[in-house]
Ligand binder design. Sequence first.
Ligand SMILES: C[C@](O)(CO)[C@H](O)COP(=O)(O)O
Length: 230
Amino acid sequence: MRESTAAGVVLASGAGTRVGAALNKVYLPVAGRRVVAWSLDAFAAAPGTGVLVLVIRPEDAPLAEEVVAELPVPVEIVAGGPTRQASELNALRHLAPRIADGTVDSVLLHDGARPLVKPELISAVLERTREDGGAVPGLAADDVVSMAGPDTVAGPLPGAIRVQTPQGFRARPLLAAYEQAAAEGFLGTDTASCMERFSTLPVRWVPGSAENVKITYPHDLAVAERFLLR
Ligand SMILES: C[C@](O)(CO)[C@H](O)COP(=O)(O)O
């Protein structure tokens, strides 16, 4: 019988303009390494993700090569597209032969800009993905989350959670959903938004981590550095 594994897909093909740096934010240094090196390392340490893919902007290829050369496991580099949706699709098409033959049974997609993800969270998402088909990490909001009008609030959104990555899905329905989304020109905010629209898989949530911050603004780098050096 053929062995199946999960694939970790780390997305590093965004522009990251909000951080205000000349360099793609995932290659900025934090706690002595580049941001994306921390993210990839967590996947390398997680049991069960036997395939690792890094999705890049072609112009970042020399930096990406430098990062993957220092990792303890092989990383497959794939060129991203103009949107997150297109980059995810490129990664899934790259994996398509292994998805078709069952070698890759699940795919976990992760923001390269979340360097504090822990192998334990990756494992929790993978376990729930294998059980139910789809899983994301979520954090209950500490503050009230309200719908905002132009200058008023329209009441709390009950049960709101903050969604993080990695987001995991069974590989075959994931690829099928992304192909259908591409045919219909759909642009999602994250993997779950595409799956909610184009698949019948439930998207479960597992407890995320307050430390699993996303580098979006300059101050996020300082926060991440403090956590990583601890
Ligand atoms: C996927 C995500 O991390 C969920 O919170 C988030 O949507 C990514 O946002 P970005 O603007 O693409 O960094």
